[in-house]
Ligand binder design. Structure first.
Ligand code: TRP
Length: 334
């Protein structure tokens, strides 16, 4: 593993993380950053502003994401944890980059295109409800990454394009000014973890409301597990069981042994879906209960979270100012 590479990733404070976020993004990113002091985990709160959330929600969800990182195993004395709005250098860099980024690149960005497609489908003006923050989203994201010279950006598949735009922006800036001042980042996408489906079999997503919450009470987990769609087919082969939503979720949470065991029990009909769901609940409890306790304790002490975020930002601001200073010298304002 490349211990000296700079790793950086962020989670927007727009909702409560679910097990799909954890298994596909949070856990792999933390695993990669073990023993790497150059790891940056942050909360892009200004990105969340574009979603139009009210102030108290932004504040609450910022605490939720910070507590999620910490309860998931982030050690804020070894890895950097901060929020975007505490690093104003990011926004100054964004303004500078604006002058280098062709408008056409933004027209092609997924986040904007998705909003346009929805409007076209609803027969509204293409730019209905699109703010400039959403339109220029990839430039702010590029600033997040480039200000800390990140080499690797662990992300989900939906964010690959944004990291590529960041790379293109860095490349364009460097060639415009004839030097290698900005590091070209690359995206890191976990290949081993398949996408965890939601309880209805579609992609697990906040917007479909089909998710299993990551840190929760047993009751909340149980309610989500109960909603997993199961067929009434009581005759399963190992192959057909593998195709079920239940199996896909179970095998993402449990280890191989426990997964093989439950497959066998379903196939030989020693248990039915009810018992299988009880077993899934136990798996959730054994994997996430202790972490949930840490999470809820932290959320009861938001002053502590605020302190961690504040000192996290203070520690790394000098890195951001150094990058910004070099950029300002390069463009002729310093
Ligand atoms: N756009 C990312 C998402 O929606 C969040 C994000 C913002 C991010 N800035 C980033 C991720 C920089 C990685 C690096 O998931």
């Amino acid at each position: 593993m490349n211990d000296n590479k700079i790793i950086l990733t962020g989670i927007k404070p727009t909702g409560r993380p679910h097990i799909g976020n954890y298994l596909g993004a949070i856990e792999p990113a933390l695993r990669r950053s073990l023993n790497n002091p150059n790891s940056f985990f942050f909360i892009p709160d200004y990105h969340a502003l574009n979603n139009g959330l009210p102030a108290d929600e932004i504040k609450k969800l910022t605490h939720v994401i910070a507590a999620t990182w910490i309860a998931s195993g982030l050690n804020s004395t070894k890895q950097h944890l901060y929020k975007q709005s505490d690093i104003p250098e990011i926004f100054e860099l964004e303004t500078i980059l604006n002058a280098t980024v062709p408008k056409g690149w933004m027209n092609k960005s997924h986040a904007y295109k998705a909003a346009m497609d929805q409007n076209i489908e609803a027969k509204r003006d293409v730019d209905y409800d699109v703010n400039m923050g959403l339109y220029t989203y990839p430039i702010l994201m590029a600033s997040d990454i480039l200000i800390f010279n990140a080499d690797q950006v662990p992300v989900g598949k939906d964010q690959i394009q944004h990291v590529e735009i960041a790379r293109d922006i860095a490349g364009r800036f460097n060639s415009k000014y004839g030097n290698h001042i900005l590091t070209l980042p690359e995206h890191l996408v976990e290949k081993t973890v398949f996408e965890v489906p939601g309880v209805d079999g579609r992609k697990m997503s906040k917007s479909y409301n089909n998710f299993i919450p990551l840190f929760a009470s047993e009751e909340e987990w149980n309610n989500a597990v109960k909603k997993i769609v199961t067929d009434s087919n009581q005759e399963h082969t190992h192959e057909s069981f593998k195709e079920t939503t239940f199996y896909k979720i179970f095998s993402a949470i449990a280890n191989e042994n426990d997964t093989n065991k439950i497959s066998q029990q379903i196939v030989d009909k020693s248990i039915g879906w009810k018992e299988a769901k009880d077993e899934m609940l136990s798996q959730l409890v054994s994997r996430f209960k202790e972490k949930s306790d840490i999470y809820f304790d932290l959320l009861n002490d938001t002053n502590k979270i605020d302190e961690i975020l504040k000192s996290g930002a203070e520690l790394i601001r000098p890195i951001a100012s150094k990058t910004l200073k070099q950029v300002k010298m390069t463009i002729g304002v310093l």
